[in-house]
Ligand binder design. Sequence first.
Ligand SMILES: [Zn+2]
Length: 413
Amino acid sequence: MSRAKLIYINIDGFSYSYLDLLRRMGRSAELDELISEALLLENLSSGLISITNPMQGAILAGAWSDRTQNIYQHYDPDSGEVVKHRRTLAAENVGQLFHRHGDTVVSIHQFMLAGNPCEYGDKNATYVTVPRQPSNAFDRLQLLEDLLRRNTVLSGETSITYPELPDFIAVYIDDIDSLGHNNDYENYPRRRLFAERQLDIAERLQLILRRILELYRLSRSGKDGARIIWLITTDHGMTPFYGKSSLPLLIKELDAAGLTCRLPEERCAGTLLVALPYTIELALYPTRALTAEESRRIMAICAAQPYVRKVFTRQEMLTEYHMDPRGPEFLLCPTYGEHFYKRDAEPGFFAASHDSCDATSQHIFGLLLGDQVRKGTFQAPVSAIDLMPTILKHAFDYTLSDSVGKVFEGFFC
Ligand SMILES: [Zn+2]
């Protein structure tokens, strides 16, 4: 048989908990149909830090932030600046890998591949976006349908037709993430209650999965059907939070112990710790080397607060999570429902984000489809960075240059 093709769809913010949600709401027919033909990864996890760009990059590189150099942001104690990492992806990504082997690569809104290697108008590594902005899942999946049907697609100003299906197609979809964050999104207004938003998510997710199922069926009827491997996964889940931020409380406790803690913009001569909130989690950066006693006291104070669920130490983050060494000394994850955001959640409205160690953010959706793929469930713990290395090795005999992800046996027949 001729060689494989890979279609990678990332549905941003697809918490594994949404499987249950869809089933409870009676909206799981398409999901269950996909699963019946797939290998479902039952224990797939996101990483540290579970924020979109770092995790999108980590998946594409099969590597953590010590190699991708993206943890969203860090505080530089020397310059006093907060450095944003934006679309940094310092490790080789899947698009570059295919491109290096002379294969055709198309990115549909997968922004981490934009310019890296995909460009508008480059037929070998092309970036394709919906002309109308903003665009949703259905617009983007239409572009995938166009590729499957060999219709002409518009890449920037250039019309491109692929007589053969591109070897690697990445599609990025963000409807579910936007809804998950409780943003005003299309015909869905921001909701007061988490339960109301769950209905919106279930409705949209069902429609997206219905469309993916249609395209999967379409591909099966075409000549490439048997060659295509589909990876449908996500970067992180979503965790709700409510009410007042715990940030001022924590700063007060540290200050009271003489361990002066300030936000970056409020740093002064006596500041020992700079507090850099993400959304739910909080990073602490020392302004100078801490003594062992200072470290012990900071740890003890943070861990003793009722709203703190877990304190990650630098050592743990470096060795167990392979974090970029520019990252914090301590990372605090609050208990479910609490948060360290710079503002309080608006009274009467829930908020949500995904930089959390809670399972709702960490346990993520992932499945594989295709003739070569083993059907059923894969129960062993799999990390998001293991997906690409495993698929690339088994289906293409390719290896990402900087990858540290595991190559699993048992994904393929
Ligand atoms: Zn995301």
